[in-house]
Write a protein that binds this ligand. Sequence first.
Ligand code: FES
Length: 576
Amino acid sequence: MSKTVTLTIDGQTLTVPAGYSIWEAAHQVGINIPNLCHHPALRPEGSCRVCVVKVKGARNLSASCVTKVAEGMEVSTHTPEVLAVRKNIVELLLANHPRDCLSCARSGNCELQKIASDMGIRKIPYNYNRPPMKKDEGNPSITRDPAKCILCGRCVRMCSEVQGIGVYGFTWRGINSRVSPAFDLPLDKATCTYCGQCAKVCPTGAITIHNDTDKVWAALRDPEKIVMVQTAPSVRVGLSEALGGKPGDIVTGKMVAALRQLGFDKVFDTNWSADLTIMEEGTEFIHRLKDGGVMPMITSCSPGWVNYMEMFYPELIPHFSTAKSPQAMFGTMLKTYYAQKMNIDPAKIVSVSIMPCTAKKFEAQRPELSASGFRDVDVVLTTVELGQMIREAGLNFQALPDEQFDPLMGVGSGAGTIFGTTGGVMEAAVRTAYELLTGKGLDPLELAPVRGMEGIKEATLTIGKTKVKVAVAHNLANARKVCEAIKAGNPHGWHFIEIMACPGGCINGGGQPISLEMDTPVKRQEALYTDDRNLPIRKSHENPEVQALYREFLGEPNGHKAHQLLHTHYREQIRG
Ligand code: FES
C-alpha cells in the first residue's frame, strides 16, 4: 500500500501521508478549516461538524477531522453550501451559550467567539433555553461553568486518554446535557489531580483556571506588606506567548522587569530552590542507595502527580522523596533564612509564586507546608495570570529592558532551569549525585537518553561500582504504567524515577498559555535547554547562593534543620 496519498484541496494538489485526515492535510499547507471538537493533541471524534467540507462524489458534507484522505480525492473547503452549514451549526451552539462574553475568563481567547466572529455572525436567530447550571468553584485550581460547555468532549478525551483518569463524562440528556464528573460531583470530591490539562484544551470558558490576581493586586497596594515573588523555570519560556511573542522566546530579563514594574518588592528565581531541591533530593537518594532505603525513589515536585499517587497508589508513598517541591522550599526559606538575614518580620511577607501549573495552587494550601510557622506560599499565579496582570497594568512587555533577579535567592543553575521539562529533574539530580558519589563530573554533562518527548525514558549509569538505572515518565497514563511496574516488583530494576503529571512536564502545564500547535511544548523545551547551555553554572551543587544557605543557615543537606524545614510527608486522599 502506498505510504502517501495525492489529493486536491481547493484546487491545490498536495501529497500527504496515507492515514492523514482531510483536516490534517489542509492544515499542513496552511488551508484553514474551522474546528471545535478537534484538537491536534487528541484523538478526533467528529462530534461538532464545524469542520465540514465538500468531497466530490460524496452524498453528504464530510467532517474533515475524521475523514481520511484518499488517492485522487477532490475537496472544497468553502463552497456556499459548506459555509452556510458551518454557520448554522455555530449559530445553534451560540443559541445555548451564555451571552457574557465581555467578562468571561476566555474573552479574547475563546475558540467559539473567534469562529463566530470569523463567520461574521452578528445576531443569533434562536432563543436561549438552556436551564441554569451551577458553577463548580469549590477548589483552588480549576473553575467549571457547565453553562458554557459546548459538549465538544475535548476535556473528556484529555482526562481519560492522555491522563488515564477519566474524571469527566457526558451526563444528563437533551437540553440538560453537560460534561461533569460522575454524579455531578464537584472536582474537589472527584478524583481530579488539578493538572489543568482539561482547561488547556477547553475551547470556551467552561473550564478555566481559578483566578487569584485580585489577591496579589490587594497585597501590592497594602503598604504594610512586603510582597516577594518567585518565578518557576517554565514561566520564562511561556510568558511571551501570553503577550504577543512566540513559543520558545526566553524572556527572563523582561519578566523580572515587568514584575518590578507591577510593584513586587523583591523578584526571585525558583531555579534557586530547584537547585536546593536537588541538594536535598540527591542526598536523600544517595542515602537510600548506600543504606538500603526504599527503592526505587520517586520525585515529588509535580503536585498533580503527588495528588495522583495519594489518590490512586497510596501504598507507594514510601517510595516518594520527602523533599518538598522547589515552590514550597522557596517559600519556607523566604520566611526564615531571608527574613532573618534581612531583618524582616516574616508576618509581613506575602510570598507569591508564578507557576506554569494549576495544581501548585492546591499544593500551596496543604496544611503541612508551613513548617516555618507561616504558610510557605501565600498566593500562586499561573503564567497566564501573570500575563493578564502585565496587560492590566498596560506595560509594553516586549519593550521592557532586561533586569536581574534580586540577590540571595536569585541565582539559579542550568540544572535548575531544566526542571521545567520532562527529564530535567532527573538530569539535574544525576549531574549532582554522580559528582558527589564519584568525585568526578558527569561527562558528557547532558543526559541524552532522558531528553525528548518519549512517554517513558530510561538511562543506565555506572556510578563507582554500582549500575544505577533511572526512569522518567510524563503524563499520568504513563505514571500509571510506572506505578504498576513497581507494584509488580520493579522488573526493570529502576533505582530513581522522575514523574511529571503534565504531558512534556511543566513547560506544558495547565497554567501555561493555550496553544493549538503541536510543536509549542517542544519549542519551550528547546528554549530551556538553550537557557541551560547559556548559564555560567550548570550544576546545582555549584550554585554559590545555595552553598551560602547551607554554610550560614541550614548546615548539611538532609541535616536536622534541613529536614525540619525542607521535607514533608504525604497521606492517602480518599475522594468520591
Ligand atoms: Fe471536526 Fe468537530 S472539528 S467534527
